[in-house]
Design a protein around this ligand. Sequence first.
Ligand SMILES: [Zn+2]
Ligand SMILES: [Zn+2]
Length: 114
Amino acid sequence: MSKVCINHPDREADTKCIACLKPICNECVVEYGEQAYCSVNCRDQAWKTTANIAEMQERERANAKKRAMKKFIIFIIFAAIVGGAVYYIMNDKDSMKKLKELRNKIPGAESNEK
Ligand SMILES: [Zn+2]
Ligand SMILES: [Zn+2]
């Protein structure tokens, strides 16, 4: 490697920070898991980015769930409206029949009907 450490100009860099890509020597490496960073700042930033991505994915999943829930609720409302309408029409027919029967029972009303 031809690059020198950002902290030690007289030393050759052994690796580079995976966050800012600055060359660093083994002594300056801040390790986090299997990754090498030039500083705690870079490590924290990279960690935050990873955390943000995870958070974003989590939010996206929650949104998808919400959307599915909304669709489900709309379906339920739609089904209730259709069901209600069908029930109303059927009930109305029934009451119309009852009304006719009632009219037939009343003398005089029958002649009006026919
Ligand atoms: Zn860095
Ligand atoms: Zn160094």
